[in-house]
Design a protein around this ligand. Structure first.
Ligand SMILES: *Cc1c(COP(=O)(O)O)cnc(C)c1O
Length: 371
């Protein structure tokens, strides 16, 4: 991954500019709000692909773990934290083929299969370690987690009593990822019930009841998070502070939506028809498209494309008067009728959402620079 640490004198485009001060303030905001409710935060870095320049921010703040779904990113965290000051948390339930590395790199692991517990235990024994696990309950979003409570209890008892190198740290759930289920107070009460069922059997309190991701931060903002939920795994609202305002109407004016900026260079400016001229077939990706005829319009091309950001409609021009029309692999087409002064060589700025951030920060052709 190309990774420039400073805004350099001779910039190359496209590039993502990371404002570390704004990102740090977002981290502080979320950690403090959660802290008011006795909730500890796992800082989730996967939305920005765990790019190295953001890791020190997470290391320097009182989040209880740094979390990712990807081992490569947690390896980077470990390398940047030689004193092991911060626990790493693996969000994606582990593949059996990577268990050895999981034990090497992760302090806490989310788990949803007994066979994972046993494999983790064996690898931990070999490495002379203890692995902390959080057992995932599926409350209806239908991604990972035990559906059957009896089976989950059995796994909890195995982790508690049957495996010497495993420590049962808690239970968790994930909502709003596949099944679009909203983490309502009632849903999270169900998680507390699951936790208390397990606690009754093992005769002690669990360290973590992990109530979800950014979408569960809504319960913190509303002040109706069930009391016993004491852990959230938060990515998006720290990185972008976008979805909860856009989709649920929360006031996030205390946060920065512009910690990440895409800068792209204008490579062509011309007046052209808005409707393609000739017989319509398929586009570069084999799709049939429709086009609105708005007559002759001023348009610009920028040097970034679907290879870099996947979907051009996940880019949001900072200049009012610029409209994204579409893209092919390496070009994005903009209507600039509202910004007639744009010329070839200009640099245009865009806000990002989760989709464009996650793609752009992993695209080999996109530079990353830090303010
Ligand atoms: C990605 C992920 C998160 C963080 O999600 P955000 O919506 O970015 O806050 C939390 N938990 C799990 C299991 C995840 O996979």
């Amino acid at each position: 991954m190309p990774d420039e640490t400073m805004l350099n004198a001779k910039p190359r485009y496209p590039r993502v500019v990371v404002d570390r001060e704004k990102l740090g303030e977002n981290l502080d905001y979320v950690i403090e709000k959660c802290g008011d409710y006795g909730v500890e935060v796992a800082g989730v870095i996967k939305g920005a692909n765990g790019i190295p320049g953001i890791i020190p921010l997470y290391l320097s703040r009182p989040c209880v773990q740094i979390a990712s779904s990807r081992l490569e990113q947690l390896r980077r965290v470990r390398e940047m934290d030689p004193g092991h000051t911060k626990d790493t948390l693996l969000l994606r339930i582990p593949m059996l083929s990577e268990i050895k590395e999981v034990v090497e790199l992760c302090d806490v692991v989310l788990v949803s299969e007994e066979v994972q517990l046993k494999a983790l235990d064996r690898a931990a024994a070999e490495q002379g370690k203890t692995v902390k696990v959080i057992l995932m309950a599926d409350l209806g979003d239908l991604r990972e987690g035990w559906w059957d409570r009896g089976e989950m209890l059995k796994a909890a008892l195995l982790a508690e009593n049957g495996l010497e190198n495993i420590r049962l740290e808690g239970v968790g759930t994930n909502l709003g990822c596949y099944g679009s289920i909203v983490p309502t107070k009632e849903k999270l009460d169900e998680l507390v019930e699951v936790a208390e069922m397990i606690e009754a059997e093992i005769g002690r309190e669990l360290r973590f009841i992990s109530g979800g991701a950014t979408s569960s931060f809504m319960r913190v903002l509303d002040g109706d998070l069930p009391l016993r939920i004491n852990h959230l795994r938060i990515g998006e609202v720290i990185l972008l502070a976008r979805d909860l305002e856009l989709f649920y109407g929360y006031d996030l004016s205390g946060m920065h939506m512009d910690a990440f900026t895409l800068e792209a260079e204008v490579i062509e400016v011309k007046d052209k028809p808005s409707h393609p001229v000739g017989e319509l077939g398929i586009d570069a990706f084999g799709h049939t498209q429709t086009y609105v005829d708005r007559g002759i319009r001023k348009r610009a091309l920028i040097g970034v494309g679907k290879v870099d950001m996947a979907d051009p409609f996940d880019l949001f021009p900072r200049d009012e008067g610029i409209e994204v029309l579409g893209a092919s692999s390496d070009h994005t087409i903009l209507d600039i009728e509202g910004c007639p002064d744009i010329k070839v060589g200009d640099i245009l700025e865009f806000d990002l959402n989760y989709g464009s951030l996650v793609h752009l920060t992993s695209a080999p052709g996109v530079r990353i620079v830090y303010k």
